[in-house]
Design a protein around this ligand. Structure first.
Ligand code: HEM
Length: 509
């Protein structure tokens, strides 16, 4: 049977259609230049390349593949930025699109469905809750109002270190002191009192520590969803459940205590109000325009512990570590502080303003040891073109602040500890200089940096004013162990041990 001539048109149209599709998809992918990627394995992608110190492994990979890389962690595409220019492109040029957060199942369970600020995805809810935190809990005025708490707790720490010297004159664990200092300050500021673990059925101190640890865990189920069952076998799910329940019981009791106290006591001075008081006051929405649900209130309180305690004491521990390794920097700092203190036993926050070398020491330490070296992961909400590369929506974004702080394109002799580089320099960590971003930048930048810095400045000034520090006998500065721990907040692997001898001028205080 002979086919009519027009029957040939059908296969011809099909052929043209596929040719058209092939041509356009190929040229589109060519137009969509993807960032360089290290070779990946099936299923796990590049997970095996992270190792125990992801910031270091990613830095190594970036030396080979460049400052903008695309990795795959399990099934998740992950953009890794390792230069100031790439960080600026993410946190300034494309800040809006790069301001969401990837889903974290542990964060969801512990923080009431990620109703806190740090884990909440970008959107109206996050905007409201962040503004509650920025305007009502961490405004300059509010931070100032807790000055007496910081000064009292710093003075308590100094006294405890002195007593330890009186009783043994030997090596002390500085981490324990720094950790108690920040925990006590955050507890008093957020909850109104210190919790040493003996107050209630639940040991709040232990539970809050476990909470911090759980948030730092790498959860394989978030990257390879069909492997989520592993968490049941390892007991992680049970632990998260237990901590979530204990935290809730604890927070409910704190809120109840505040509510009944506030019924009896009609008026409290601004300085006497803790975060729970402030949040209960704005709960009805009169100040904010939106009511604050109870779960949001609890999530906000937890955020201050999750984001504020480990990061702050870790900074202080790295600062004193570097000063012990660099005796000349320690001496210069002591000269500045003691010169300005003029024999005063206690340095107050008023004295800090002129301590330029002290501020430089803190910046230099944060450059080399940003406590959160990969910042907190973000996620893109739309496709973007970033420094010429196509980045798809829902790509996770990691910014390697640790690598950026050591980039020879941004810093002379980057591996050298030299606080002097910040004297007569405008470079700051406020989010405008992308070569120094220990607190991140842009919409998602850390709202607690002012709080954290004043705690560190005050503690450091008082420590070096009152004590002479030395390493335990037999350890030379250059031999001090600098191994890092592996968690979201990177502190020293082993606690810092040192001898703190009271300075002779204050021996009787
Ligand atoms: C030295 C101490 C601290 C360091 C190094 C630090 C560092 C950071 C970093 C790197 C981020 C992510 C920024 C980004 O993605 O751009 C962050 C976010 C955050 N920090 Fe801090 N932080 C510190 C202290 C604090 C304190 C004391 C508080 C509160 C009392 C706090 C509350 C927060 C919150 C709520 C977020 C989430 C912000 C958001 O997602 O909108 N931080 N911090």
């Amino acid at each position: 049977m002979e086919l009519p001539w027009y029957s040939l048109l059908i296969p011809l149209f099909v052929f043209i259609f596929f040719l058209h599709q092939w041509f356009f998809t190929t040229s589109n992918t060519q137009k969509m230049l993807l960032p360089p990627s290290p070779r990946k394995l099936p299923i796990i992608g590049n997970l095996h390349q992270l190792g125990p110190y992801p910031h270091r492994s990613l830095h190594k990979l970036s030396e080979k593949h460049g400052p903008v890389m695309l990795l795959h962690l399990g099934s998740k595409p992950v953009l890794v930025a390792s230069s100031a220019e790439a960080a600026r492109a993410i946190m300034k040029t494309h800040d809006l699109v790069c301001s969401s957060k990837p889903k974290s199942s542990i964060g969801d369970r512990l923080l009431y469905g990620s109703k806190d600020v740090a884990f909440s995805p970008y959107g109206e809810y996050w905007r409201q809750i962040r503004s509650v935190m920025v305007l009502h809990l961490l405004s300059n005025k509010r931070v100032q109002s807790y000055r007496h708490v910081r000064e009292e707790e710093t003075s308590n720490m100094i006294e405890k270190i002195r007593q330890e010297w009186d009783s043994s004159s030997s090596v002390i664990n500085l981490r324990d002191h720094f950790c108690s200092l920040t925990n006590n300050i955050i507890s008093r500021v957020a909850l109104g009192k210190k919790y040493n673990g003996r107050e209630s059925r639940i040991n709040a101190k232990v539970t809050l520590n476990e909470f911090g640890e759980l948030l730092g865990i790498f959860n394989v189920g978030d990257y390879i969803p069909w492997l989520a069952w592993v968490n049941k076998i390892t007991g992680l799910d049970t632990k998260v459940e237990k901590v979530a329940r204990e935290l809730d019981t604890f927070l409910e009791s704190v809120i109840e205590e505040h509510t009944s106290r506030n019924k009896k006591e009609k008026y409290r001075q601004a300085e006497a109000k803790d975060f729970v008081d402030v949040l209960l006051e704005i709960q009805n929405g009169k100040e904010t325009g939106v009511p604050l649900q109870r779960d949001s209130l609890k999530a906000l309180i937890l955020d201050t512990f999750a984001a504020g305690t480990d990061t702050t004491y870790t900074t202080l521990e790295w600062i004193v570590t570097e000063l012990l390794r660099h005796p000349r920097a320690m001496e210069k700092l002591q000269n500045e502080v003691r010169g300005l203190a003029q024999g005063k036993a206690e340095i107050t926050e008023d004295d800090l303003e002129n301590m330029q070398y002290l501020k430089a020491v803190i910046k230099e330490t944060l450059r080399l040891h940003p406590p959160v070296p990969l910042l907190i992961p973000r996620e893109t909400t739309e496709d973007i073109k970033l420094l010429g590369y196509h980045i798809a929506a829902k790509t996770q974004v990691l910014i390697n602040a640790w690598a950026i702080g050591r980039d020879p394109l941004s810093w002379d002799d980057p591996e050298e500890y030299r606080p002097e580089r910040f004297l007569n320099s405008d470079i700051d960590f406020k989010g405008l200089n992308f070569e120094l971003i220990p607190f991140g930048a842009g919409r998602r930048g850390c709202p607690g940096s002012v709080f954290a810095i004043v705690v560190n400045e005050l503690a450091l000034a008082n420590l070096v004013n009152r004590f002479n520090f030395a390493l335990p006998q037999g350890i030379k500065p250059e031999d001090l162990d600098m191994t890092e721990g592996s968690s979201l907040t990177v502190s020293r692997k082993s606690p810092l041990l040192a001898v703190a001898t009271p300075c002779s001028s204050y021996a009787d205080h």
